[in-house]
Every structure is written in structure tokens, then in C-alpha cells.
Design a protein around this ligand. Sequence first.
Ligand SMILES: Nc1ncnc2c1ncn2[C@@H]1O[C@H](COP(=O)(O)OP(=O)(O)OP(=O)(O)O)[C@@H](O)[C@H]1O
Ligand SMILES: [Mg+2]
Length: 259
Amino acid sequence: MSDLAVSQAPLVSMQGIHKSFGGVHAVENVSLSLKAGEVVAVLGHNGAGKSTLMKMLAGAYPIDSGEIRINGALTSIRTPTDAQHHGIESIYQTLALADNLDAVANLFLGRELLTAWRTLDDHRMDADARKVFHRLNKNFTNIRTPVRRLSGGQRQVVAISRAIYFNAKILIMDEPTAALGPEETAMVADLVRQLKADGVGIFLISHDLHDVFALSDRVAVMKNGRLVGTYATKDVTEDEVLAMIIGGKTPAGKPQAVT
Ligand SMILES: Nc1ncnc2c1ncn2[C@@H]1O[C@H](COP(=O)(O)OP(=O)(O)OP(=O)(O)O)[C@@H](O)[C@H]1O
Ligand SMILES: [Mg+2]
């Protein structure tokens, strides 16, 4: 591919992705792309295959077949570290944190900063962590207590801080507000807008259509492992999106947005 073609390529392009678990076709022939500064909502019922699709991009599972391109270049993402090398960070619905460690240790888990003598640079980790936590929530100060004692919103700050600190270019948010109250949910929405303005591409899995319509540029609906359709959010109504989620029915006469 020429340099020009590469520079115009989407940030992420997944083509013809398949994944089975034993006899279960969790993801079947799904194609989906993401541009810089774009929010693509991935929707569908429980078990539709949303998390599985995103986990393949995040390196949690290898794909069975299909291809993933990042900035136009064919890539093989087989581990979370591979994904991180491509600037892919994820925030899962379960907020995977190490409960016995504090917020600072969780931020740097597996990617600790080292001094020139190859010892842990606790001083810099503490200072950097304070900066990034403070940017997200000025009241979050108990960053040295085990995270199991933190509130849902504080835990979310820790999870999101990892993406920000390590300069995510591609962010996967898998039901990021599922465990949060209204104030904390609004904080996450603000953050999505901020990251989008910074050119980060975001895949947002959410069951909350209000959030989806407020935040996304495109909606991609999955059902039983397959892609029902992808539309510009402004081109579809909530009822049409619900009909796709529930019945797998695409709205008549509306153009699909490029996948
Ligand atoms: N690790 C796994 N082993 C076996 N089956 C799995 C595994 N992960 C997912 N599945 C199956 O794949 C299908 C898709 O699951 P997935 O978690 O991707 O759905 P989802 O759309 O994220 O649903 P939810 O909205 O409930 O999070 C389901 O039938 C699920 O049972
Ligand atoms: Mg899921």
C-alpha cells in the first residue's frame, strides 16, 4: 500500500472476523472500522458477541479467521501486549483491577516505571499517577489504599487512567458505566468527548441508548454473532436501533455507513 493510502486508512479495520468457542459461533464474519476521533457504539443483546469481538482487538483471544489492520497495516494481535504496542487500551465492564494493590500500583501494573538502575521508580510513578488521577477527579486522594476499598467511580478513574497515561490511540470501553452512579456516568461521558477531541478512536459497548445517541458517530448492531448493520447515528432513530437489536431488522431505505 502507498504511504498516501496508509495515511488515509482507518485507524482500525476488522474484516471478516470469525470466532468460535467449541460449537458456539460467538462472532461470525463481522467487519467493522474505526477512524481517529470517532466513537463507534457496538450494540446488541446479551450474548450477541460484542465483548468477544472487542477482546480479539484487545488481544485477549486470537481471531479464528479474518484480518485486522491498524492504520492500514495488516497486524497479528495475539496478546494484550501486542495490542498495547498498537496503542489499544481497554476498559472492561468488570473493571479488572488487582484488588489488594493501591491505585498507583494498578495504574502501572505490568508496565512499572524503572530508574536508570532498573529499580522501581516509585517517586515518578507516584507523581505521575497523582497528575492523571487529578485530571479525572480532583477529589480522588486516597490513592494509597487497596482499590477494593474504593468506590465504583474511583475504580473507574483507575481503569481509565491506564488508557490515558499510556496514550491510547484506540480505546475499547466495554460498558464503562455499568457499575456507576449518575455523576460518575457523566464524568465518563465528558471523558469520551475529551478523548475524541484529542483524536482517540473509541469503540463504546453500551446498553444505554441515551449515552449511545449522545456520544457516538456510528452505531454497529450485532445479533447472534453477526453484524446486523452499521449506520451513522444521526441517520437512525432509537426505535430503528431497537428493531435492529431485538429483531435483527435493518431500517428500510436508509443507507448503511461504511463498515
Ligand atoms: N470464553 C468463552 N468461552 C466460551 N463461550 C464464550 C466465551 N466468551 C463468550 N462466549 C460465548 O460467546 C457468545 C458471545 O458472548 P459475548 O460475551 O461476546 O456477548 P456480549 O454481546 O458481550 O454480551 P453481554 O451484553 O452480555 O456482555 C455467547 O454465546 C457466550 O456465551
Ligand atoms: Mg459483553
